[in-house]
Write a protein that binds this ligand. Sequence first.
Ligand code: SF4
Ligand code: FES
Length: 258
Amino acid sequence: MKIKLHVWRQLNPESKGAMETYSLDGVNPDMSFLEMMDMLNEQLIEEGKEGVAFDHDCREGVCGACSMVINGEAHGPKRETTTCQLYMRHFSDGAEIYVEPFRSGAFPIIRDLMVDRSAFDRIIQSGGFISNHSGPKPEPNSIPIDPGVAETALDAASCIGCGACVAACPNGSAMLFTAAKVSHLGMLPQGQTERYDRVQDMTTQMEEEGFGSCRNYAECEAQCPKGISIAFIGRMNSDFLKASLVEPVDRRGKMKAQ
Ligand code: SF4
Ligand code: FES
């Protein structure tokens, strides 16, 4: 296959970026998109030029690192697919492909296609955990969980924190990511102790990071590589409302003075 690539190049966060055009010949249709990017980098290095910087880790659709916008869509044109699992056979011979970084004020560009998504880490640190001391391990089946609830919690837990929802949203909202993280812990018995603190702390951190608010565009769901449903945003809003109506329960170690 012959491919014409238009790739965003930017030396550092301060410099002005621009699209650069490259031609690749001999692309195997069974190559993944990242293998095609590797091929581009080998070609650039042979020409004595700097390779394109892009993030990747697992290359198995698990880590969420391979964030890039391909032809205007986060992770490219194939639904429920990460960039590392997108194959060149999904493009036609002679295709022109535009590759850009995820664009959001809360995800500053580091270099070329790499962005800083540490805002997501700070949202997780603000409440995406269960701090109960688990004690001696109980027999797993001693905590009955409705299979439907367990399935839904598992659906939420499949979020890989890639940030495509933010890149896809015209408002740069991180509601789908935050809702998935709030829900997968808040639906299970072990997550109840901090359930209402968690939703308040994580949504507060989300706002402090500068993400936009949800306007129901549903672009996040459309471009999420794990097919996370926007129904989780409704669930998070409901928990947030309950949290603001009930007396908040302080976590152990943070009790107010009597
Ligand atoms: S909700 Fe989907 S798009 Fe957003 S971070 Fe999680 S996996 Fe990625
Ligand atoms: S490189 Fe890990 S999900 Fe793509």
